[in-house]
Design a protein around this ligand. Structure first.
Ligand code: GLC
Length: 472
């Protein structure tokens, strides 16, 4: 019997396996200049909580849909679902579409519009959270709006009682002002009772006062009900996330970065830990980070770092989240170009084996920031390395390089090896020679003029008596 044949096969199989391994290791390099393609695998998806979502903000919670620049297009839900999100939070200003006086009827046409939006979201198998958003009047006068608020919820509950169970009700966005925790605890209990008359098991989302702050969780009374989810919002540090926000007075100055220093991370971890700890002490109530995001006036590198950090830390604690928001001022999607802002999207739903490379400079422009596959190179390039003026600024070196692996191509260009998140900063040098020369020249001319002037004065003084003498 010839024993060589099986051996031959084994060798061929081994050779094929070896080649396959080589190819799979080489492929990230090939992909490096292309848009990233694969998203997180099923196994990496958060196991607890109910997932990853986005708010369709600035649309139905504006005084009229479209008034704040966002009109919800049907295709948004497919786009959102295909990107890997499984929750959609739809903020709604019902109070602008309900009568002022009893029976506080909600406008039929508005209901029809919300029905349509919900049905498009449900078609994509998204978990849909509808809320009462921007009910500003109730924050000023809770007692005066008590009945109206309940009447609004009675109508919403009746209207959607036969909708699938993945439609959730969130009672009220960011209670604050005169709606103190005592009043809010009583009001939310009344609202839950009303909802339960028609929707015995639908998920109801409630959150604490002070704009859904984690620090007020301790004052929230949770109704004895198995289908409650507790929400909170996170915009810390506010001076970073709301820099330049027109609706905040005074608006925090633009230019604040989020670098992910230990202190910056601690602030966020602290808030998430407060929430997680509180949930544990309250029978493992499911948590939803219903809003977090950084306004577009912050720089993209900082926004990506912050967003990635918050989302991952929430997931580590089993907290589901909804990014604020889809396509307006905080937008993860560009509604003009009809495409995702990939850097932000990847911060929310990371593709496997990708890391963010951020390139920073205080002067001019720098390219190369973005998400890259592990094992590839990011080319970081300064557009200009010299700026001429009275004090010329010259590029000196890049900080944050690993010279064992990174490759300097020319002055101002470096290929950075991606073996983890990388941060590279251009360091500049100011050249004072020109200024010194100008100053010396100026001083010399000044001194010369001064002496000339003095001499002239002295000689005039000497001439004057002669003239007088002549006249006498
Ligand atoms: C809250 C507000 C919303 C605002 C967001 C970020 O949800 O209701 O209007 O855009 O926070 O500030």
């Amino acid at each position: 019997m010839d024993m060589r044949l099986p051996h031959l096969y084994i060798h061929e199989v081994l050779l094929l396996l070896f080649l396959a391994t080589l190819i799979s290791q080489a492929s990230p390099r090939i992909l490096c200049s292309h848009p990233l393609q694969t998203r997180t695998s099923e196994s990496e998806k958060p196991t607890s909580g109910f997932g990853r979502g986005v708010n369709i903000g600035n649309a139905l919670e504006a005084p009229e849909e479209g008034a704040w620049g966002v009109y919800i297009k049907d295709e948004y839900f497919r786009i959102i679902s295909e990107a890997g999100f499984n929750i959609i939070r739809i903020p709604i200003r019902w109070s602008a579409h309900a009568e002022e006086k009893s029976p506080y009827k909600i406008n039929d046409e508005f209901f029809g519009r919300v029905d349509h939006v919900i049905s498009k979201a449900l078609e994509q198998n998204l978990t849909v959270i509808i809320n009462v958003h921007h009910y500003e009047e109730i924050m000023l006068d809770p007692q005066g709006h008590w009945e109206r608020f309940l009447a609004i919820w009675r109508q919403i509950s009746e209207h959607y009682k036969n909708y699938p169970k993945n439609l959730y009700f969130e009672l009220l966005n960011e209670p604050h002002g005169a709606l103190t925790s005592d009043l809010w605890n009583a009001l939310l209990l009344d609202a839950v009772k009303i909802i339960r008359e028609t929707n015995p098991t639908r998920k109801i989302v409630i959150g604490p006062v002070d704009w859904n702050s984690v620090h007020s969780l301790k004052n929230l009374s949770v109704p004895d009900d198995e289908n409650i989810i507790v929400t909170f919002h996170l915009y810390t540090p506010f001076e970073f996330t709301h820099q330049g926000a027109e609706w905040v007075t005074p608006s925090p100055p633009v230019g604040r970065k989020w670098l992910g220093t230990e202190e910056e991370r601690k602030q966020i971890i602290n808030e998430l830990d407060i929430a997680a700890q509180w949930a544990r002490e309250h029978g493992e109530i499911p948590l939803l980070l219903g809003e977090f995001g950084a306004y577009s006036k912050a720089d993209m590198n900082s926004r990506v770092r912050w967003t990635y950090f918050v989302a991952r830390e929430a997931e580590k604690r089993g907290i589901a989240w909804c990014y604020w928001e889809f396509c307006a001022g905080f937008g993860v999607y560009d509604p003009i170009e009809n495409r995702w802002r990939e850097d932000l999207l990847n911060a929310l739903i990371p593709k496997e084996n990708t890391y963010y490379v951020s390139a920073e400079t205080e002067h001019g422009e720098i390219t190369g920031s973005g998400w890259y596959y592990k094992g590839t190179y990011a080319t970081i390039k300064l557009k200009k390395t010299e700026f001429d003026s009275l004090i010329p600024i010259t590029f000196d070196h890049f900080e944050g390089l690993n010279l064992d692996k990174d490759i300097i191509l020319d002055k101002g260009t470096v290929k950075v090896y991606v073996d983890g998140p990388r941060e590279v900063k251009a360091i500049w040098r100011r050249n004072y020679t020109k200024l010194a020369a100008v100053l010396i020249a100026g001083l010399t001319i000044g001194a010369l003029l001064f002496f000339c002037f003095k001499r002239l004065k002295r000689s005039k003084k000497r001439i004057k008596p002669d003239i007088f003498d002549a006249g006498v």
